[in-house]
Design a binder for this molecule. Structure first.
Ligand SMILES: *Cc1c(COP(=O)(O)O)cnc(C)c1O
Length: 399
């Protein structure tokens, strides 16, 4: 089927919630994708920060292939090697942690919320309230939606789950003022991704850590978008040398397959006891085999170093373009999560990039969000930058 046919078929049969672009993709290799009409695209989108080493990475493909032939699913009532080995890898990167596997970011955060409540119930003197931040994004289940500080996502779904308080992001005073006798945890993203690539002040995470310690609160970091090397470190929190009590991962964790994880300090994780939580597919051996492959490949191919170097180069170049481009307010980001903040809606610029076959994303209204693969070459970075520069200079202003 061609693009038009696939677009038509989708529109007639899927619940209409995604504002889908009229492109049907059929194959990908590295940083490049091909659509159903044979057009090639450079991918600065990565399936929303999922394909962190690009498409069809041989090591990930081989791991999935081999595990699929051997064993696909047995349930969490039994042990499998890929699940055990990935849990060990994540627990040791975190440092003395325990891992819960789910299938998505929302499930990882749901587990973190439930763990915080359970811990508060027993060790926290009955506390249950979680402070989250305005502009955050934590998922679409009712609890994670309730932790999401953006009203547009709440519309029509009220009543929300009680027990959440919102404070402005990157504002320690606001956290202090939100503290109540029932507060048990603070839940934040190291960089707000969906909220517009909002990078906080350098000492924010450290001061949130101190705030949590002073008040006997759990620090929950949502690294679903920033984790697995997106910022140039495996966990974004490594940039500032803090350690959260609970961290959540998903998106790139399964090397392109659905996989989410919550990692918690062992003494906190023990609040979840046999029978208290679970999911049928979570940590299935195929996704975990892919997860092991992507983490090993990131290490071996020095993808973190490349993300730092090429990501830094892109940010630098974009800032230089911004100096002479009136519609750009600010360029911000870290490693391969980059936001070009515009003075107007990002849509015309996104469309202009698509027209030149560069896949980018618009978020938070006026932010052009770039999420290139961590292993992007300098040459492909230049090719993408040339398209973005032309789009910024020539895209029509929104009416
Ligand atoms: C994408 C995202 C989620 C939700 O993950 P899903 O897999 O879509 O449920 C949660 N938090 C952050 C920071 C995200 O970027």
């Amino acid at each position: 089927m061609n693009n038009a046919q696939l677009v038509e078929l989708t529109h007639h049969n899927l619940v209409d919630i995604y504002g889908c672009l009229p492109i049907a993709l059929v194959r990908g290799k590295g940083s490049w994708l091909e659509d159903a009409d044979g057009n090639r695209y450079l991918d600065f989108f990565c399936g929303l920060a999922v394909t962190n080493l690009g498409h069809g990475h041989p090591r990930i493909v081989r791991a999935i292939h081999e595990q699929t032939e051997r064993l696909m699913h047995v349930s969490n009532v039994f042990h499998t090697e890929p699940t055990a080995r990935l849990a060990e890898k994540l627990a040791s990167r975190f440092g003395d942690g325990r891992v819960f596997f789910g299938n998505s970011g929302a499930e990882a955060n749901e587990a973190a919320i439930k763990l915080a409540r359970r811990w508060g119930h027993k060790d926290g003197g009955g506390r249950f309230e979680i402070i989250a931040t305005l502009g955050s994004f934590h998922g679409r289940t009712l609890a994670t939606l309730s932790a999401t500080g953006q009203e547009k996502y709440h519309q029509g779904f009220q009543p929300l789950v009680p027990g959440f308080k919102m404070a402005p992001y990157d504002d320690l005073g606001a956290l202090e003022r939100s503290l109540g006798e029932n507060t048990v945890a603070v839940m934040i993203e190291p960089i707000q991704g969906e909220g517009g690539v909002v990078v906080p002040k350098l000492d924010y995470l450290r001061r949130v850590r101190e705030f949590c310690d002073r008040n006997h609160l759990l620090m929950i970091l949502d690294e679903i978008q920033t984790g697995i090397g997106r910022t140039g470190r495996f966990f974004a929190y490594e940039h500032v040398g803090v350690k959260p009590d609970i961290v959540t991962l998903a998106k790139a964790l399964g090397g392109g397959l659905p996989l989410g994880a919550m990692i918690a300090k062992s003494e906190i994780a023990s609040s979840l006891t046999p029978g208290s939580h679970g999911t049928t597919f979570g940590g299935n051996p195929v996704s975990c085999a892919a997860g092991l492959a992507i983490i090993d490949a990131i290490d071996e191919e020095l993808a973190l170093e490349n993300a730092t170097e090429v990501g830094g180069y892109i940010i630098e170049r974009l800032r230089r373009i911004a100096d002479t481009c009136d519609r750009v307010k600010e360029v911000r980001g870290l490693g391969m999560i980059i936001g070009v903040v515009l003075k107007h809606d990002a849509r015309p610029v996104v469309d202009a990039c698509l027209k030149e076959r560069l896949l980018v994303n618009g978020t938070a209204g006026n932010v052009l969000r770039l999420l290139p693969p961590l292993n992007l070459s300098r040459q492909d970075a230049d090719a993408g930058l040339a398209i973005i520069e032309r789009a910024l200079r020539t895209a029509p202003m929104p009416s």
